[in-house]
Design a protein around this ligand. Sequence first.
Ligand code: FES
Length: 101
Amino acid sequence: MPTVTIHPSGKSIEVPAGTTLAAAIVAAGEAMVLKCEGKGECESCHVFVQEGRKSLSRIQRQENERLDSIVGVGSKSRLACQALLGGENVVVELLGFASGL
Ligand code: FES
C-alpha cells in the first residue's frame, strides 16, 4: 500500500491503491475542505505533488480545465479529489488553507 506524506505537517498515512489523494489527506487528520464534495468542480483541494506524481491517475479533461483556472497553478498541481493513488509513495504539499500561506 502506498504511503502519503503531507507537508507542511509531516503527517503520513498508508492507504490502499485507488484511494483518492483527498481521502488520504482527510484520513490523515488534515483539515481539507472539499467544497464541491470531490466532484472536481472547485479548487479547494488543490495541492502540489512533490513526489510520486507519475504513479497517480492521469489528469482528465475536467481536472485539467479546472486547474487552468487556478491562480498559482504549477506543473506539480493536482486536484486531490481527482487523483487516485497508484502503487508508489506520494509526498504532497497542502496550499493556503493548511499551510498558513
Ligand atoms: S473538492 Fe472540489 S475540486 Fe476537489
